[in-house]
Design a protein around this ligand. Structure first.
Ligand code: XBP
Ligand code: MG
Length: 256
């Protein structure tokens, strides 16, 4: 077995984007004449449901049941407006990749590894993040982008990772996933892929124990990561050599 590809999650893994998602949701609610405001505490709770449309529906069902009849039919339109806002806001600049992400992408390309994305978020959101942070040619770096509604069941279901594997034409054993959340780790593991987890702002308290290794971030040579569990305790930053050594394992997964 040889490691051939890295499959990256997006939100929380490539960049701390959830505050931008929250802002776009709140701006959209205002635009639709709704006085809803998702604060950080509520949003941390709502993030347990992946996908923006699914998150809005879950919020209405649990917090605004009286709005169901009025809002239910316009969730799709609201979410399209949210995506437009998110893209416009990110396009205004200022968003940064998390530590070690750009370095690892460069090293992986130089080492001949293939790159893919497997995310719950919508495709335009992935495109704007990649081009804003890595430049106009960033999309060429990633052979496969599996995103949003390309699959029926979002994370923690394995579908988006299975789609990425299918499009790469690789078995799970030849890949490693980089994730930041419980839902993401479970999704990749259910697809049989080994996972390196980097804990993020909104997932600090998530159970990431199903990942083979958990670190605070990918680290840099002069800014070591904090080792939080599993493999990788004797390293300072995630490298291609480290991924080859510990990940790309063929693993079946049966837990819940
Ligand atoms: C994170 C998510 C996404 C975003 C919202 O997914 O749950 O739903 O919060 O994106 P991941 P949309 O970490 O797997 O990228 O509104 O576009 O659905
Ligand atoms: Mg994530």
């Amino acid at each position: 077995m040889t490691l051939r590809a890295i499959i990256f999650d997006v939100d929380g893994t490539l960049a701390e984007t959830e505050e931008e998602h929250r802002r776009a949701f709140n701006e959209t609610f205002g635009h639709f004449g709704l006085d809803w405001r998702w604060d950080r505490k509520l949003y941390a709770e709502l993030l347990k449901v992946t996908g923006g449309k699914e998150r809005i529906r879950d919020y209405v069902a649990r917090h605004r049941p009286s709005c169901e009849g009025r809002v239910g039919p316009i969730v799709k339109a609201m979410h399209e407006a949210k995506t437009e806002r998110y893209v416009a806001n990110l396009g205004g600049g200022g968003i940064k990749l998390r530590p070690g992400v750009a370095r690892l992408i460069r090293e992986a390309k130089a080492a001949g590894l293939r790159l893919a994305v497997a995310t719950t978020t919508s495709l335009p959101n992935v495109r704007i993040l990649l081009t804003e942070t890595l430049g106009p040619d960033a999309l060429d770096l990633f052979e496969v982008i599996a995103a949003g509604d390309m699959v029926a069941a979002k994370k923690p279901a394995p579908d988006v990772y299975l789609l990425a594997l299918d499009r790469l034409g690789l078995p799970a054993a030849d890949c490693v996933a980089i994730e930041d959340s419980y839902n993401g780790v479970m999704s990749a593991r259910r697809a049989g892929i080994a996972v390196l987890a980097t804990s993020s702002e909104y997932t600090r308290f998530d159970d990431l124990r199903h990942a083979q290794g958990v670190v605070s971030d990918l680290g840099e040579p002069d800014a070591p990561y904090l080792h939080l569990g599993g493999v990788g305790s004797s390293h300072t930053h995630v490298t291609v050599d480290m991924l080859r050594r510990y990940y790309g394992l063929s693993t079946t997964f049966s837990a819940g």
